[in-house]
Design a protein around this ligand. Structure first.
Ligand code: ADP
Ligand code: ZN
Ligand code: ZN
Length: 727
């Protein structure tokens, strides 16, 4: 009896056995459709055997095995398995959620005839002497002659030669005379010359290229503007010359048009995996299959792309490795960066983590020698200097709707010189709220415990957690005071002040609302690059990655709100963010200035920032973490739970804690309500578990996870969050 063991997308972490007489070990990694209860489900075959624990009368037969596309490669199945075990999430759900939508349903894939692709004559095809083909094979002779003349023939051209070539072409592909593979095009377009590498860049490229054949985690720590992208491009070129694929993971933000353009200017064959929301399901599947077959050589995507099947993977790049969007914040809470490292190790290839402000975890690993460390200390362009950073003490300089006099003066000067400026508003833990100054009532969301954010333009109050909207109240609902006003500086308020102050300036505000529209980013970036904008106003969206050559001044508001946060990662994030924003200034021929408004100009973090001194601050933060017992000195996990009432949640967490069998190596804390208690009508709490040993933590979690699964949890939703980055 032949048994297939299938991973199905159901919330139970086991494989399901079915009978399948025609199955063989070649079918591992293929999709199969099976009866499940009253339903039909499609999953992935993980193993083949001859025995099963399922009693014979209960054993069902598979409906069908889909063989029209290649199976998922073993290395990818390993990655799924590791991911499922490490993050304690059912294997079938891990796999099925990562697949293109068209592979999740119960239907076979309908592929276009592969003869649709243009075909290219290979070198061995070129060497074939036409006279060795018997003269009676007229079609073959003609086709080969045409190929030898033109090298590449489209499907249509081939059809014109003869409508009956498909068998012949299959044979020629097998012989390696023709190929569907696109030619590798490494020559850049004429408009973008390839720069000569700086000494630092050249050193980075040679060092990594020398070890392309084996696993290493490289931390590429280069100041903003040091030319990390160029290094990526050269490394990709190296991989290409070995006919290897490169996977490039980028943060989930909208800088992609720019990065995409840079890649496309250099390489013809760039595949975007999950970037364009404009792609339909068939296009997504097609791209995925090209990656699986090894035809797509450069694969660019956000965190989900780490699960792309890649038969010829030779290099992984994680750009802006410190970015929190690499960690998924719901469902399967995986870190794409960490999985990328696992994948690289399994495949025995290098993985390059790039950042101007590495996460403390990565920095820690680099200085301890677990990662290989490469530094780039200066900007790539001769003319580009790191910006000067100054502080405006807001205890001395009074401000006008958040903008101090010195900042306004600097803006004026910048305008007069026809340079661009950027006002960055730190919004972490901060947003304009509606406040009654006489009784301190503030507008709260009914469903969440968070404050509603004021949207001046459409006179609305919005909840940024659940999307709830309501109108401005006429008077304070608590005391009747009619003088209730927005408090704090939102982007819109700053915009109004600036417009009043600089009526002639072209001002552009960039936030989630203004970028939601399709193509909005493309247009915005175009406007900035062609200098149709004088002053930009924005939040985190503007902080990362962009290259605005004409930007000279950066003003920063509200940074202080993150200085004394309860979140132990707040300082690290603030520093990274300020470094990134400051890095937008003075990238080309324009000198850059950064002005930061603060009440604490002597804070060590600001000192380090002024000196562009990542190391001193990183070392200080590491010392703090060591003393306090925080990561990277310990490993953490959270048991997160939510329900309609906090009582139920806390009760559940207490029960779960009761089931745990802590050892000496494991610390188990008391359940605490989440800082944002109510979210989308659910109340939330968590329980922290930590250990100095990752292995012991994992062993503990595996057993505990099994136990928690036995609890009655009809009213509670829960999940384990391994290596959490948000509390
Ligand atoms: P990073 O990603 O490290 O912040 P970028 O890759 O965006 O830096 O490069 C910053 C700028 O320097 C870009 O405009 C880029 O074209 C330019 N650049 C990169 N390498 C060189 C080089 N070797 N010579 C001249 N300019 C370079
Ligand atoms: Zn009031
Ligand atoms: Zn809400």
């Amino acid at each position: 009896m032949v048994i297939i063991r299938i991973a199905l997308s159901v919330p139970v972490d086991i494989l399901f056995d079915y009978q399948a007489e025609d199955a063989s070990s070649h079918d591992i990694g293929l999709r199969a459709c099976v009866p499940f209860g009253k339903k039909k489900l499609t999953g992935i075959i993980m193993a083949i055997g001859t025995e099963t624990q399922v009693p014979i009368e209960k054993l069902k037969s598979v409906y069908c095995i889909f063989r029209e596309i290649n199976p998922l490669p073993p290395a990818l199945l390993d990655l799924f398995q590791f991911c499922s075990q490490y993050y304690h999430h059912p294997l079938g759900m891990v796999i099925m959620n990562s697949l293109p939508v068209l592979l999740r349903n119960n239907k076979p894939v309908k592929l276009k005839d592969s003869a649709q692709h243009p075909l290219r004559l290979t070198d061995s095809g070129r060497r074939i002497d036409i006279t060795t083909i018997p003269a009676r094979n007229r079609v073959a002779r003609r086709l080969l002659t045409e190929f030898q003349n033109a090298t590449i023939l489209t499907a249509q051209q081939i059809k014109q030669i003869s409508p009956r070539t498909s068998k012949l072409l299959i044979e020629w592909k097998r012989l390696g005379w023709v190929t569907e593979k696109p030619t590798i095009e490494t020559s850049p377009s004429k408009t973008t010359p390839i720069p000569t590498l700086t000494a630092d860049q050249a050193n980075a490229v040679t060092t990594v290229t020398a070890e392309l054949e084996r696993f290493n985690t490289w931390l590429l720590h280069g100041v903003t503007g040091s030319g990390k992208t160029e290094i990526y491009l050269r490394l990709i070129e190296s991989a290409l010359s070995h006919d290897k694929q490169t996977l490039v993971l980028i943060p989930e933000i909208n800088l992609t048009p720019q990065l995409e353009a840079v890649f496309r200017a250099r390489f013809r064959t760039v595949l975007l995996i999950n970037l364009h929301s404009g792609l339909n399901d068939t296009q997504r599947l097609t791209g995925w299959l090209q990656a699986q077959r090894g035809e797509a050589k450069i694969i660019l995507g956000t965190r989900l792309a780490v699960f792309t099947p890649l038969s010829r993977l030779g290099l992984i790049i994680v750009d802006e490795e410190h970015d929190s969007s690499f960690k998924q914040q719901d469902g399967l809470r995986y870190s794409a960066r960490d999985l990328a490292i696992f994948r690289a190790r399994k495949t025995n290839i290098p993985v390059v983590l790039g950042s101007a402000t590495p996460s403390l975890e990565s920095y820690f690993n680099a200085i301890n020698g677990r990662y290989r460390y490469i530094r780039l200390a200066s900007r790539a362009m001769q003319s580009a200097r790191l910006p000067s950073i100054q502080y405006i003490d807001t205890r001395i300089h009074k401000s006008q709707a958040g903008l101090s006099e010195p900042l306004l003066k600097a803006l004026e000067k910048c305008l007069a010189n026809k340079y661009q400026s950027l006002i960055f508003i730190n919004r972490r833990g901060y947003a304009p709220v509606l406040l009654c100054k006489s009784c301190t009532w503030s507008a709260l969301c009914q469903r969440c415990s968070s404050r509603l954010v004021v949207h001046l333009r459409d006179k609305k109050l919005c909840c940024h957690h659940c999307g709830h909207e309501e109108n401005f109240p006429r008077a304070c609902p608590q005391c009747g005071n009619q003088d209730i006003a927005p408090f704090g500086q939102g982007t819109q308020r700053v915009e109004e002040t600036l417009r009043a102050h600089f009526p002639a300036a072209r001002i552009l505000r960039i936030d989630r609302d203004s970028t939601r529209r399709k193509n909005a980013w493309k247009e915005i970036l175009h406007a900035i690059h062609t200098h149709q904008v004088d002053i930009l106003i924005g939040t985190q969206l503007l902080a990362k990655g962009h290259d605005f050559p004409n930007l000279s001044l950066v003003g920063i508001l509200n940074a202080d709100t993150s200085l004394y946060s309860t979140d132990f990662r707040a300082s690290e994030r603030l520093f990274a963010q300020l470094m990134q924003v400051s890095g937008r200034a003075g990238r080309a021929n324009v000198a850059g200035h950064v002005l930061i408004q603060t009440e604490f100009p002597d804070h060590p973090l600001y000192h380090a920032l002024q000196q562009h001194d990542y190391d001193t601050l990183a070392q200080a933060l590491l010392t703090e973490r060591k003393i306090a017992g925080f990561p990277p000195y310990v490993y953490q996990a959270l048991l997160r739970a939510e329900a309609h009432s906090i009582k139920i949640v806390l009760n559940f967490l207490k029960q779960a804690a009761h089931l745990a069998e802590p050892t000496q190596a494991i610390e188990l804390y008391d359940p605490v309500p989440a800082q944002l208690l109510r979210l989308k009508g659910m109340e939330r709490a968590y329980l922290l578990i930590q250990s100095t040993s990752r292995k012991q933590l994992q062993t503990f979690l595996a057993e505990w996870y099994r136990q928690i699964n036995t609890l009655p949890t009809r009213q509670v939703r829960w999940v384990l969050d391994v290596d959490p980055i948000e509390f």
